[in-house]
Design a protein around this ligand. Structure first.
Ligand SMILES: *Cc1c(COP(=O)(O)O)cnc(C)c1O
Length: 374
């Protein structure tokens, strides 16, 4: 099956008991055992797994092309499960503009876990080679990256890492499997914040880990989820599963709108930079065209004048909602430096836009009035 068909049908078999076409949501925390002790449905206790989550995991394994998928209570819980399984003494290579929540986790917990981190511009393969050490066990990619939408060459970096005996993890939150399939490009493990495009409606938090074929890695991720209790509720599993059914349509619209908005902004006198791989002038444009099926809805811009001007533009937008997060149907704007706080590494004049599924003309009109000189 092609991706768009799989997105609708993976994990969507009618309920065997009732014939319900829409998956039932099972809230039970415990499951009956037969007299001989075995569990007829394969479920024992909700922390180890439950039927609604099972369907979501089947669906995500199919959509990312992995052998194993594990759902978590958040994207951060999913990422932590992969990192927590590394042997003490390992080094991890992160993007220099790594998701700020992950930077915080690394700074706080890596010393206690006896892990070390290095940060490098992953759009520059020579820089990755130079940052490599004998202890590097995991290369962690975010592509497109946040907030400058830098594009890393997954296939080339996977080859480099595998030659050195390291694994490659990709945070695929910004692209989703509708646009990019890292496991097929050589990555070993993919993670998602399902809170974003997979859920798609800004009303559910969740995370996913999808493992290509490394059974030992999959077993560690599953054990960490069970032991740490980093689990997803049945309702949230159900909502994310429902989100997957429209993922392809939504991503198509997000990408089309984002390209229209990016073209408008690129021609605006008050915008000094537009970071969007769909524009031919972006350094990752050719690679994104090769590696991705289309554009994501994420872009960022820099406003002439810096912090005060950027905040003023964000404040004047009427349709764009001034809020963090991304991937919902509504367009969002945020001033990244304010969100990231004291250790922010983004320019003060940068605004990040999550382009929703509204009409692009209305989005452009809103930006036009917010950018108009006063
Ligand atoms: C939001 C996000 C996360 C963290 O996900 P949560 O669901 O908020 O825990 C991780 N990576 C990226 C790229 C994100 O955008």
């Amino acid at each position: 099956m092609k991706f768009d068909t799989l997105a609708v049908h993976a994990g969507a078999q009618p309920d065997a008991e009732t014939g319900a076409v829409t998956p039932p949501m099972h809230l039970s925390t415990t499951f009956v055992h037969a007299p001989d002790g075995h569990a007829p449905g394969g479920f024992h206790y909700i922390r180890s797994g439950h039927p609604t989550q099972d369907r979501l995991e089947q669906a995500m394994a199919a959509l990312e092309g992995g052998a194993h998928a594990f759902a978590f209570g958040s994207g951060m819980a999913a990422i932590a499960a992969v990192l927590a399984g590394l042997p003490a003494g390992s080094a991890v290579l992160f993007p220099d503009d790594v998701y700020h929540g992950l930077r915080t986790l690394v700074q706080t917990w890596f010393p206690r876990w006896s892990l070390t981190a290095a940060y490098v511009d992953q759009s520059d393969i020579e820089a990755v080679r130079a940052a490599w050490t004998a202890q590097t066990r995991l290369l962690w990619l975010e592509t497109p990256s946040n907030p400058r939408m830098k594009v890393a060459d997954i296939a080339a970096l996977a080859t480099l890492a595998h030659e050195r005996g390291a694994a490659v993890g990709v945070d695929n939150t910004f692209a989703t499997p509708a646009l990019q399939q890292p496991l097929a490009l050589g990555a070993d493990v993919v993670v998602h914040s399902a809170t974003k495009y997979l859920g798609g409606h800004s009303d559910v938090q969740g995370g996913l880990v999808i493992v290509r074929d490394d059974a030992a890695l999959a077993a560690r991720v599953a054990a960490f989820r069970r032991d740490a209790g980093a689990v997803l509720s049945p309702f949230n599993a159900w909502l994310i599963l429902r989100g997957l059914r429209t993922l392809s349509c939504r991503m198509e619209r997000h990408g089309r709108n984002a390209l229209a908005v990016a073209r408008f902004l690129a021609g605006h006198a008050r915008v000094t930079a537009v970071h969007f791989p769909g524009l031919p002038g972006h350094p990752g444009h050719a690679l994104a065209k090769r590696q991705m099926r289309g554009d994501s809805g994420m872009l960022s811009i820099e406003i002439a004048g810096g912090r005060e001007d950027a905040l003023a533009v964000a404040g004047r937008l009427r349709l764009f909602v001034n809020a963090t997060s991304l991937g919902g149907c509504e367009s969002l704007v945020e001033h990244r430096a304010s969100i990231e706080g004291a250790d922010a590494i983004v320019p003060e004049g940068l605004l990040r836009l999550s382009i929703g599924v509204e009409d692009a003309d209305d989005l452009i009109a809103d930006l036009d009035q917010a950018l108009a000189p006063r």
